[in-house]
Design a protein around this ligand. Structure first.
Ligand code: SAM
Length: 373
């Protein structure tokens, strides 16, 4: 197994280094000693600034902000909006790809449930059992969904799929995070909306779901677990159908979509990506319950634009890890978030997450998506 190490990169002299203290941002660059190591020189400054939409490098996104509060971050855009409302306004055949991690159980990000989570009391959020003495953050408990909630969940993803079919270009891909327990329901609903199911991308990661003994009978059944302990996260791969009779090469020429980008010329994209739980340094930057690691998001975001250009959208961006990955790769992305606190968080977090460097060895390992476990 290759070790993944995170570090910083000085914006002034380009020096890469590993921090001793994981939780705190360094005060100066250890090489050039600049206290401004984390901000580009004024002429290059391109983050956390409100841009007029006629700015050259944002012209492809012109018109997609509608009348929502927004901020440009580099060549990307974050909006404070309900993504269903926003998707309804997007002209047909506009977006090249969607990469997103939706509210799986639909209701866990309702304001009432967020308050219950913050209060540590009730609702769909539960503290997973501790097996090594350390305190766990609450996870949403999807097995608690009733039949009615499962029906609502299916309706939610069907409507979401229909809106995506409208906004995506023909051949545009959706990569959508799910979990082993709910993926069957979510993926069926997306297919019923008119999307093609194209397989799954497996993020190899140990979560804290499953593997528990039957509740309140742990001692009676010590050799039993009610669900397998989850060791992967399935990401559904969907595509807006190509026009009848159109080949992939024609679709690439006409719509710049229809296929994936290889990590490099020699290797095709693999559908298993060895991953990790989100590193502490990223959680310290973005305190969101579902933040995904940059080491996973960057190769995923890289893969969805087959020609390396176009517009990616994350309609449920949370703290903005998808937009940060796009920013790190020099790609254009629009992120939508409905919850005010997370929208504000994304504006601060995206430039910092995008700046996180991974050492050259690791970068090669991740972009090649090698499976040498
Ligand atoms: C699972 S989280 C995504 C976290 C993200 N992957 C990250 O790295 O931070 C889903 C997010 O979608 C937001 N959300 C839920 N419904 C929404 C809607 N209708 N429109 C926009 N955002 C929504 C929630 O507030 C939540 O932050």
């Amino acid at each position: 197994m290759k070790l993944k190490l995170w570090g910083y990169c000085c914006e002034r002299c380009g020096h890469d280094w590993m921090p001793r203290e994981q939780e705190q941002e360094p005060k100066v660059c250890p090489k050039c000693k600049s206290p401004y190591w984390d901000s580009p020189r004024r002429t290059l400054r391109d983050t956390s600034t409100i841009y007029k939409m006629d700015h050259n490098h944002l012209k492809d996104l012109d018109g997609l902000q509608f009348n929502y509060p927004f901020q440009a971050i580099g060549q990307s855009l974050v909006l404070h909006a309900d993504s269903f409302e926003w998707l309804k306004k997007v002209p047909r055949n506009t977006i090249h790809a969607i990469v997103t991690d939706p509210p799986y159980g639909v209701k866990e990000y309702e304001p009432e449930q967020i308050s219950k989570r913050n209060a540590g009391n009730g609702g769909v959020w539960r503290i997973p059992p501790s097996f090594d003495g350390s305190t766990r953050a609450p996870l949403p408990r999807f097995t608690a969904l009733t039949d009615k909630e499962r029906t609502l969940l299916a309706a939610f993803f069907r409507e979401f799929g229909e809106l995506c079919v409208g906004a995506l270009r023909p051949g545009g891909h959706i990569l959508i995070a799910s979990n082993a327990f709910l993926s069957q329901l979510v993926f069926s609903a997306l297919v019923s909306s008119g999307l093609e199911f194209r397989g799954q991308l497996i993020r190899l990661v140990r979560t804290f779901r499953g593997g528990d003994r039957p509740k309140n009978a742990e001692e009676e059944f010590p050799d039993v677990c009610s669900l397998p302990r989850s060791c992967y996260e399935p990401w559904g791969i969907f595509r807006k159908p190509l026009p009848r009779g159109m080949t992939i090469s024609e679709c690439l020429r006409k719509y710049e979509t229809g296929a994936f980008r290889r990590p490099n010329r020699e290797q095709p994209l693999a559908d298993v990506i060895p991953s990790e739980r989100t590193p502490q340094i990223e959680k310290a930057i973005a305190n969101h319950p579902s933040i995904k690691p940059q080491s996973f998001m960057r190769p995923v975001v890289h893969s969805v634009l087959p020609l390396g250009k176009g517009i990616i959208v994350d309609p449920f961006m949370g703290s903005g890890s998808t937009i940060a990955a796009a920013q790190a790769l020099g790609l254009q992305c629009v992120g939508i978030e409905r919850h005010e606190e997370y929208y504000q968080l994304s504006k601060r977090a995206i430039p910092q997450l995008a700046r996180l460097a991974i050492s050259r060895d690791i970068e090669i390992d991740v972009t090649q998506l090698s499976l040498d476990l």
